[in-house]
Design a protein around this ligand. Sequence first.
Ligand code: ADP
Ligand code: MG
Ligand code: ZN
Length: 615
Amino acid sequence: MNDIKNPKTKKPMIYYYVIALLVFMLLNTFLFPSLFRRTEREVDYSTFMNQLNEGQIQQVEVQDQKIEYILKDQEDWNIYVTGNMGDPNLVDKLEAADVIYGKEIQEPMSPLLYLLISVGFPILLFVGVGQLLSRTLQKKMGGGNAMTFGKSNAKVYVEAQTGKTFADVAGEDEAKEALGEIVDFLHNPKKYEAIGAQMPKGALLVGPPGTGKTLLAKAVAGEASVPFFSISGSEFVEMFVGAGAARVRDLFRQAQEKAPCIVFIDEIDTIGKKRDSGVMGGNDEREQTLNQLLTEMDGFDGKKGVVILAATNRPETLDKALLRPGRFDRRIPVELPDLAGREAILRVHAKDKQMAPNIDYSVIARATAGASGAELANIVNEAALRAVRNNRTQVEQGDLEEAVETVIAGYQRKSAVVSEKDKKIVAYHEIGHALVAAMQKHSAPVHKITIVPRTSGALGYTMQVEEEDTLLMSKEEAIDKITTYTGGRVAEEVIFGSITSGASNDIEQATKLARAMVTRLGMSDNFGMMALETVNNQYLGGDASLACSEETAAKIDQEVCTLIAQCHDHAKEILLQNMPKLHELASYLLEKETITGEEFMEILNAPVKSQEEQE
Ligand code: ADP
Ligand code: MG
Ligand code: ZN
């Protein structure tokens, strides 16, 4: 590289420099004086006086602090030194003794030299040592060179073979189709050039976390078998202002050399946030990086075959300039997988694992509505781990089902001691949910009920599985759902006459749904189709903020409260009508701890046992 500050040549230079300096200083202070001068001998002043009076002294040199003299004796090679007592009559005495005497002329040091020595040298030393230290430190940390502003350390981002293809991405057919065109373009840019068509320079993959955006980008590179330059948005935001912009420059320079290729910017929202977000002072570094990115995207020649892919789960925060034509004008949604998609993802991840031959993936897919690809991959892996723990060589259906619960509700807490009383309450609570669900027309069938405690803190768990994937939720379904949520608490009320904290999660879920019905889904009689809330980030949990007056907000609360109360009453009605079944099912669950949906339905549909039979 043409980097002048190449550490490989510079480091030894400084090294030798410092060592030479040290050696010189040592010689100067210890060795040279004794070589060139006679040996010094210190004597006291009285000895000096005696020798002077006796006329033994040949030559005297008076200095400020001391007096040096040599004797007339030719054999004596010593230089005698004694302290200067400041005797005012010394000159007379010397004169009398007939000695050659004098005083050294103290030449004041040139101010420039003085400055150089007293200031320049320490600075030089500090800089030298500092450089050495920072070099070694950086080497240890393996990081870039913090001192070379505006110059990236020419990291090679290229990852030649991603090893992923579209076959690794299950579901997401729309996204794959949209990206297929880009693959085709990368295969044969000439074809597009010939007709005068311009390929979009960039495509933005948007969707919730874990839906396979990063995976898709890699698959595009794999399909087109072109180099894949990947960098994450957070890597741009560095310690020094300007470093991020330099990286962008660097990345694009390298990409253009390697065209056709793919540049992938993951989590682009870290740098691509709206610039006028109103934050005090703003973020200079981020803005500079973003500006550089915009400039580079305009600057390079799209015909060459550099395609920029970016991924984000917060598209609404992106700067408008990024989204205008000529930049990321193509937006590819990567949504949470539907039923078929989930099944396909499970199968993809099961491929490299030893699975039992009779596994029903559709059951698992139906039990995992709303799960992302990453979660599904995790479920399959958890199942495999469980199989290993149980000393099996194949993953079985049970492993997968257990894994679903593990990923959704946490691990089973084997050691947790639950008192008999608590266990009984939990059993009635869960059967309450299940029974209310089963007695309503629009609820999903119960798949499994368990009262084995989980590490997440849940003491029991009722799993419902939709028969088919539904994208729309009717008002009836929503109301039935809320009613089912209240079923657990209602069972506690009607059986024990007291209530517990076990319903906290149910309350949260029920309230969330009821509020959404009123504010966003237009399912309340009083407000109708008026939107009272706006969703802030649809791919990240979808928090909403109220967009209405305070009076309306109070009315909303009232409405939500009434809605839940109605559902609660309805659930109570259902349970009171089915008390015998409630008892029967609860005691069965207490005994078995985990029961399947089939067992549940069997007991529910069997004729009611008489009181004696039950005992
Ligand atoms: P994102 O970038 O959208 O947050 P990733 O691409 O990093 O998600 O996905 C994480 C992991 O989840 C992938 O490595 C893969 O194992 C799995 N995964 C996600 N979506 C899919 C899918 N559609 N098909 C197969 N595996 C998937
Ligand atoms: Mg990602
Ligand atoms: Zn509950």
